[in-house]
Each structure stands twice: as structure tokens, then as C-alpha cells.
Design a protein around this ligand. Structure first.
Ligand code: SF4
Ligand code: SF4
Length: 74
């Protein structure tokens, strides 16, 4: 089964929680850390449960999320 990596550019995040609201797997959480902009950035809680739907990346107004499919041939 395909695995996906969700990467956040934490310092682009403004903590709007849209990605958290739109993730069908409920695996995006807000960090307790504070980023450069003074917000609590989004992060992933259970990477292995990501289905690669891209909803989070599409809904993010700041382009702070990228999804990568892991290469299973290695
Ligand atoms: S790609 Fe889909 S399942 Fe994975 S974290 Fe983003 S919204 Fe959730
Ligand atoms: S949608 Fe983008 S800006 Fe909003 S919390 Fe998620 S990563 Fe941060």
C-alpha cells in the first residue's frame, strides 16, 4: 500500500486550522510550538494513516503543505 509523506513549511503557516478541518483522516493537529510568525503551526500526528488525498495541501491558503509519495522500490 502506498505511503505518503506530509511536509509542512511551519514558518509559512498562520494556524488557520483549515487543513485540520479538511483532513478526512483527522491526522492533522496544531502544534504547541510557536513559529516565526507567532502562530501554532499545523503538523501531522499519524503519518502512516495519510491516504495522500491532497485535501490539506489544496485548502491551505499559504501553500505551506506538500505531499510526497514514498518510493516503494527502495
Ligand atoms: S493528504 Fe489527505 S489524508 Fe493526508 S494529511 Fe492531507 S488531508 Fe489528511
Ligand atoms: S491550512 Fe495552511 S496555514 Fe492553515 S493551519 Fe494548515 S498549514 Fe497552516
Amino acid at each position: 500500500m502506498a505511503k505518503f509523506q506530509v511536509q509542512f513549511d511551519s514558518n509559512k503557516c498562520k494556524g488557520c486550522e483549515l487543513c485540520h478541518a479538511f483532513c478526512p483522516k483527522g491526522i492533522i493537529v496544531m502544534s504547541e510550538q510557536i513559529n516565526n510568525r507567532g502562530y501554532n503551526p499545523a503538523s501531522i500526528s499519524r503519518q502512516e494513516d495519510c491516504i495522500g488525498c491532497q485535501s490539506c495541501a489544496l485548502v491551505c491558503p499559504d501553500g505551506a503543505i506538500a505531499i510526497y509519495k514514498e518510493d516503494e522500490s527502495q
